[in-house]
Design a protein around this ligand. Structure first.
Ligand SMILES: [Zn+2]
Length: 331
């Protein structure tokens, strides 16, 4: 996931989609809401406000009493392998220079990162827009070589899913899963939305396609069950956070750039609190961002800190989702 400039556009167009969603997904006791007027939310009725908020909420806390081996904290490392998809393909604004930064992701950064993970024997989950893998399918072999890691799905072409109608969004995700399975030989069980947002249709699509877990939302630091329009879904959420994403702070041309070693300290502080609270530390990185030499130093420092602290369970997202489901009696 990397930030995109379309979030404002997505917010503006979300309201007609919300209206459609409300028409088909009301809870049994809700009154039919009047059509929301996006320009005057202060005039929305009680039902409209509650229906808007209740589209997707956090349900029960799924943080286990302890993690496997009696560990205090689960450490889940995500890599969103966006590559060329976020350098023009997702918007159609293609330009050769930015696309070269995308190919750096598959050509240099991903092998460097996987080598580090394998040397450290630390499992990770790699979320792919299908086109990132189709353009450089050799990435699958690099990741699968150790048997430690998971490959999950991150859209078709990092499409701006909040701008799409439900049928198109569902078609693209189905295509993406099929394409990834064809290349890797394994069907992904985890979903992460491109640009970390849901359209009014996303969760329904995720449920219909039978994903084991979802990892795009931010209701908690701990794993939890997603609730849709008041109904428990059985879908495990492994939440993300912008604080725990490398892209915003590592953009050398952005206004929030930070020294990689300072970013490492933010990650260490987040980890230490998770360790104290006995919860979960989920960090999202991107090969095309964190796979550069100066950033690998920060990642190495983080791993050294985590290992020195001890009582840690390193896991893929799939392993964590299966464990919390079992502990919560969801299966
Ligand atoms: Zn992404």
């Amino acid at each position: 996931m990397t930030p995109n400039s379309s979030s404002r556009r997505a917010t503006i167009i979300a309201m007609p989609l919300l209206a459609l969603s409300l028409a088909s997904c009301q809870s049994p006791t809700a009154q039919a809401p009047s059509t929301p007027n996006a320009a005057e939310p202060w005039n929305w009725s009680e039902d409209v406000v509650r229906a808007a908020v209740n589209q997707v909420r956090a349900g029960r806390d799924l943080n286990p009493r302890s993690w496997p081996g009696g560990a205090r904290v689960a450490v889940l490392l995500s890599y969103d392998v966006d590559n060329e998809t976020v350098y023009g393909l997702r918007t159609g604004d293609v330009s050769i220079g930015p696309l070269s930064q995308g190919q750096y992701g598959s050509r240099v950064a991903l092998p460097r990162i996987v080598t580090l993970m394998d040397d450290e024997q630390v499992p990770a989950t790699f979320f792919f827009p299908a086109w990132s893998l189709k353009l450089a399918p050799e990435q699958a072999g690099v990741i699968q070589r150790s048997g430690l890691h998971e490959i999950a799905v991150h859209g078709w072409i990092h499409e701006l899913n909040t701008t799409l109608d439900g049928a198109t969004e569902a078609r693209l995700l189905q295509q993406a899963v099929d394409a990834i399975e064809e290349i890797t030989g394994e069907r992904p069980v985890g979903y992460r939305a491109p640009s970390w947002n849901h359209s009014p249709n996303t969760l329904r699509i995720v449920r219909d396609m039978g994903f084991l877990y979802e990892s795009s939302l931010m209701h908690d630091d701990r794993p939890y069950e997603l609730v849709q329009d008041g109904e428990a879904t059985g879908v495990v959420e492994l939440p993300v956070e912008w604080i725990l994403d490398d892209a915003p702070l590592f953009n050398p041309r952005g206004s929030s750039y930070m020294n990689p070693r300072d970013v490492m300290q933010v990650w260490i502080d987040e980890f230490d609190k998770a360790w104290e609270e006995r919860t979960m530390f989920l960090l999202t990185m991107h090969p095309h961002v964190s796979g550069h030499r100066s950033r690998i130093v920060a990642l190495e420092g983080l791993l050294a800190h985590i290992k020195a602290k001890g009582e840690v369970w390193f896991a893929t997202h799939e392993e964590a989702a299966r464990y919390v489901r079992e502990q919560a009696g969801m299966d």
